[in-house]
Design a protein around this ligand. Structure first.
Ligand SMILES: *Cc1c(COP(=O)(O)O)cnc(C)c1O
Length: 372
């Protein structure tokens, strides 16, 4: 992409240009699939594929050979279902909610069964349809979030009638600390899952998220479930990020000014100029997903130069200190980099005291989106 195309797009559409590199997502998928082979790799496309567009992302990954997709909510599965061929399985991580059974059965959406109650409801639905229905069984191996406990599994196995109506395709569990390779909780959870798995001979297991895929072969199971690493985020906190960047965000300048020492900058006068300062106001703010706590600590980049965010981030704009750039460098419409070659997703997340997941999933809807 050259900068003149960015300029053109920005001057036509205003608030900012979000470039999503589907080729990089595909490359990351191939990298992750190779990491766990001979196990298979799914794609977690919940929250609109972490804000990047569940439909284009899923369709691209289907082309790469991905056949298992995970969303969080039933509605997400309903929206995605028509965009993928029928041999793609769509799993709903949050489980089967009352009232969704019928549509799930008709649309061929595969629920995760997180409780006895959900399992019985799915079995009843199967009985009314006169056929076995597919499901994944989620077990809680130590995160205390979703899934059946070991005790509940015992109860479930005592109701063999359920097995007549439900075809289990996957035993799922989720790691609480996969981003910390040294954390012993990972091995404890794997052990707990294996224990449960021994009671379901031959049932494939799925435990690894992005981080889990890099914890060694023992964690690969039959199907890995990467999310953040597909989208360029680091699978482990700290250290090298082996994934290709996927997102670029450029925001145009909407005004520049020079202020004297003593001038207040932005809401609350949170910054008072201690010298003559040159400032640029940019066309995006916290309503566009740029965290408010970047005020006074985050930065944007232009031509490789760091431009600190001056004062508070507003709803629709923010002001940056451009005193270090030669005068006249930035003019109306000039795009500056918020995420890109100089500022990675991880860097901005760290400045905002959060994680890459939150930055991505909050990216605003007012940006012009460009898929490459
Ligand atoms: C979100 C999620 C994933 C993907 O996690 P990443 O850390 O983004 O790879 C996998 N499994 C479950 C159950 C999840 O909720």
């Amino acid at each position: 992409m050259n900068s003149s195309t960015i300029n053109l797009a920005l001057t036509t559409d205003g608030c900012g240009l979000l470039t999503i590199d589907l080729g990089a997502i595909a490359g990351n998928y191939r990298r992750l699939a190779a990491e766990v082979r001979p196990a298979a790799a799914a794609a977690v496309v919940k929250a609109d594929a972490y804000g990047l567009g569940a439909i284009p992302v899923s369709q691209r990954l289907y082309q790469e050979g991905c056949r298992s997709f995970f969303v969080a909510h039933f509605l997400e599965a309903v929206q995605l279902r028509p965009s993928l061929p029928q041999d793609a399985a769509i799993y709903v991580l949050n489980g089967l909610q009352p009232g969704h059974e019928e549509r799930a059965a008709i649309l061929g959406i595969v629920p995760l069964l997180n409780s006895m109650e959900q399992t019985r409801a799915w079995a009843r639905t199967a009985a009314t349809h006169g056929r076995r229905l597919k499901a994944a069984l989620q077990v809680d191996s130590g995160m205390s979030r979703l899934g059946l406990s070991g005790e509940e599994i015992t109860g479930l196995l005592a109701e063999p009638a359920l097995a007549a109506d439900i075809e289990l395709t996957l035993l799922v569990s989720h790691l609480a600390c996969a981003d910390e390779p040294e954390n012993s909780a990972n091995a404890d959870q794997l052990e707990a899952l294996r224990e449960i798995s021994s009671r379901f001979p031959g049932l494939p297991i799925s435990i690894a998220n992005s981080g889990g895929m890099f914890l060694g072969e023992a964690f690969h199971g039959s199907l890995a479930r990467p999310g953040i690493a597909l989208y360029g985020g680091a699978p482990h906190s700290g250290g090298e990020n082996p994934m290709r960047p996927v997102v670029r965000l450029d925001i145009p300048v909407i005004q520049t000014r020079t202020v004297p020492a003593g001038a207040q900058v932005g809401y609350g006068g949170a910054l008072v100029a201690d010298r003559t300062m040159r400032l640029a106001t940019l066309a995006a703010g916290y309503a566009d997903g740029l965290p408010r706590n970047l005020g006074g600590r985050g930065a944007v980049y232009y031509g490789g130069k760091r431009l600190p965010i001056a004062g508070r981030v507003s709803m629709d704009s923010m002001t940056v200190d451009i005193s270090d750039l030669p005068e006249g460098t930035l003019t109306l419409g000039t795009p500056v980099e918020v995420i890109g070659d100089h500022q990675t997703l991880e860097m901005i997340a760290e400045d905002a005291d959060t994680i890459s997941y939150e930055i991505l999933t909050r990216l605003g809807r007012r940006y012009q989106r460009r898929y490459i």
